[in-house]
Design a protein around this ligand. Structure first.
Ligand code: ZN
Length: 367
């Protein structure tokens, strides 16, 4: 995984990391087992340059990359930070050539080769990030990758900048690029259609070996495939045990707090509801054996199982809650309490907290 929380993540509207924030996130990512970090865009500002330099100086057990446009001064900034590699971003799509770069395809290739040779001569590992790959003419995309790999690129990155690819298209693209160049293939997928993670998995199945993701999926617009979700998929679907999955919840909470981005309750892995059971039927099943309604145990990602006490709760839930409190009750008392729980939660249209449940027990059963 090439995590880009520190670069693309900071492109989330409203998010600005301090140097200390970046260092803390970098350390925690490496603790989880992330092998590559896109640490930032050194040419963007003095602060950004210092942050990337500091991350490199930390000597973390990961390859540190600096982001760069196809501009010599950007590459110089990455070199000055002493990064392991450069994330060289240069869009070959006709749309970007015409409206952003105002270049012909020939001029594009010339500039690409110049930049790659320059970065290579300074000993950088080069990931060539073909921004907007998924809207690039496939023949030209292949020509671009072939040309830059011949000039020294180590990793070809297919980028779905606008999140417009389907898993089937990603598979085809990765296969086509794999047939064209004998280097590592990385994929960076945006989530505008909500299929970024599916696209990453399809790409990996087709032979890509590096995935660019960010914690909580932070990034421009709808963001990217989330690092934590990819790790859980790799673990559960493909048996990848490289990562410290039990540290994921804490990592997500840390990034959420630092970035000031709230985690949606229904978010997989780290959402409040990810392991919360509400319907009486579900609760009874989980109390008997959690595998009835949990596709993996919450502890695997450092999460906790929760139960909602409200009008949908059943007798088993009440019995379990009373047992937790060390209170013995007859079957009649349990049912009486259950009726009260349903009445109260229905009346005020919300669930009861543990504290409120305790008070209700006292009131209804006098215990
Ligand atoms: Zn992006």
């Amino acid at each position: 995984i090439d995590d880009t929380t520190l670069r693309e993540g900071e492109q989330t509207p409203g998010v600005v990391f301090s140097l200390e924030d970046k260092l803390e996130i970098a350390r925690r990512l490496v603790e989880v087992g992330i092998q590559r970090l896109e640490a930032g865009f050194p040419a963007a500002s003095k602060g950004e340059m210092n942050a990337v330099k500091s991350i490199v100086r930390e000597g973390l057990d990961a390859e540190i990359f600096g982001f760069s446009r196809a501009v010599k001064s950007d590459i110089d900034a990455v070199i000055e930070c002493d990064c392991y590699g450069v994330m060289l971003s240069f869009p070959p799509s006709d749309i970007h050539l015409k409206y952003k770069l105002k270049m012909t395809r020939e001029q594009y290739l010339e500039r690409a080769v110049e930049c790659v040779e320059y970065a290579k001569s300074h000993g950088l590992y080069i990931t060539y990030s073909a921004e907007d790959s998924t809207r690039t003419d496939l023949n030209f995309l292949k020509k671009v990758f072939k040309t830059v790999v011949d000039s020294g690129v180590d990793c070809a990155r297919i980028v779905d900048t606008l999140g417009v690819a389907t898993p089937t298209l990603m598979k085809k693209l990765v296969s086509a690029v794999k047939e064209t160049v004998p280097v590592e293939i990385e994929v960076h997928c945006h989530n505008d259609h909500g299929v970024a993670l599916a696209n990453i998995l399809a790409a990996l199945e087709a032979g890509a070996s590096v995935a660019s993701t960010s914690v909580l999926g932070l990034g421009e617009r709808c963001g990217l495939a989330p690092t934590e979700e990819l790790i859980v998929c790799l673990h559960n679907f493909y048996g990848v045990e490289t990562f410290e999955t039990e540290k994921l919840y804490e990592l997500c909470k840390l990034v959420s707090e630092i970035a000031g981005v709230k985690i949606p309750a229904s978010k997989p892995v780290c959402g409040e509801n990810a392991f919360t059971h509400k319907a009486g039927i579900h609760q009874a099943g989980v109390l008997e054996n959690p595998i009835t309604y949990e596709c993996y145990p919450p502890e695997m990602v450092g999460q906790k199982r929760r139960f909602v006490i409200d009008k949908l709760s059943g007798r088993h839930m009440i019995e379990m809650k009373l047992k937790e409190l060390g209170i013995e009750a007859s079957k009649e008392e349990v049912l009486k309490l259950l009726r009260e729980v349903k009445r109260v939660s229905e009346e005020r249209r919300s669930a009861l907290t543990d504290q409120e449940f305790r008070e209700l027990v006292k009131k209804v059963l006098g215990k």
